[in-house]
Design a protein around this ligand. Structure first.
Ligand code: NAD
Length: 270
């Protein structure tokens, strides 16, 4: 199957991290030129260097996707490097201890600012780049947006309150934007999402692995027991679905949320 991604330009936010770093590497392997947007400047530069060393084309750009000015600046830098944009992957997101219930943190005591921060990180993180890059797609009447939602959007994950709420908003936004872009600007602007299951990465390590022993936490073990495949996912296992959705092979697919979870959401627990 030819994905026809050669010469396309893709922006991948949060690509200094695990999952979106793999998506960025996958895009570059298929011949796309990739702009890595990440709040962590060093991580963005390192991922771009890794891709370049492997023969791909990539540029690392420091960007806080929750700041309209920072997004505008990153887009300017991307256009200066590559002239155009064809693909936007909204991957920046994550959970945080401050907005997660635990033995030390009851729901009643969570600070509203902490809830809002995690909500923004998992919802506005998709909206702001989609506004900036979507304007370019509207003008050229083509483009593909891929949001990274979560299985927590479908049935909320215990403890992770605003993470689940924010991802639910992102799934809903994916469908809204798919309809809006197709009806208002062009049916050739497609908007989809993937909903990854559990992968061990920087954003959830504190929940899944004991810091001192490296062994699974009770929650980590509970999750593995709920996955019919009996394991956590690897970040690179998300790239296949992501590349397909942003490619012309998915030309009639918009407003879809593709689950990649080892069977977790298909399992009723019995
Ligand atoms: P990660 O922590 O490895 O990567 C997240 C990256 O986002 C980091 O490099 C971080 O610097 C960047 N980032 C954070 N805030 C930012 C901001 N304001 N602006 C720009 N960049 C910012 O996490 P990951 O597990 O690779 O997660 C990638 C995406 O996949 C996230 O949206 C996450 O919620 C989602 N997801 C992950 C899992 C999982 O099990 N790991 C499951 C479902 C969904």
């Amino acid at each position: 199957m030819d994905l026809n991604l050669e010469k396309k330009v893709g922006i991948v936010t949060g690509a200094g991290g695990a999952i979106c770093g793999e998506i960025a590497k996958g895009l570059a392997k298929e011949g796309a030129r990739v702009a890595i947007w990440d709040k962590n400047r060093e991580a963005a530069a390192a991922k771009a260097a890794e891709i370049s060393a492997a023969g791909g084309a990539a540029v690392g750009i420091a960007c806080d996707v929750l700041s309209k000015d920072s997004v505008a600046g990153a887009l300017d830098e991307t256009l200066a490097a590559y002239e155009s944009v064809d693909i936007l992957v909204n991957g920046a997101g994550g959970s945080h201890k401050d907005a997660t219930t635990s033995a030390e943190m009851e729901f009643f005591d969570i600070e509203p600012e902490a809830l809002q921060r995690v909500m923004d990180l998992n919802y506005m993180s998709a909206v702001l780049p989609a506004q900036a890059v979507g304007r370019i797609f509207a003008a050229k009447k083509a483009g593909a947006i891929l949001n990274i939602s979560s299985i927590g959007a479908m049935a909320p994950l215990s403890r992770s309150i605003s993470y689940s709420n924010g991802k639910a908003a992102t799934s809903n936004f994916t469908q809204w934007l798919a309809v809006h872009m197709a009806q208002t600007y062009s049916p050739a602007i497609r908007v989809n999402a993937i909903a990854p299951g559990f992968c061990l990465t920087g954003q959830n390590r504190f929940l899944l692995v004991e810091q001192d022993t490296g062994k699974p936490t009770a929650r980590g073990r509970q999750i593995i027991d709920q996955v019919p495949m009996g394991r956590l996912g690897q970040p690179e296992e998300l790239a296949g679905a992501a590349l397909w959705l942003v490619s012309d092979q998915a030309s009639f697919v918009t407003g879809s949320i593709v689950v990649v979870d080892g069977g977790y959401t298909a399992f009723g627990g019995v």
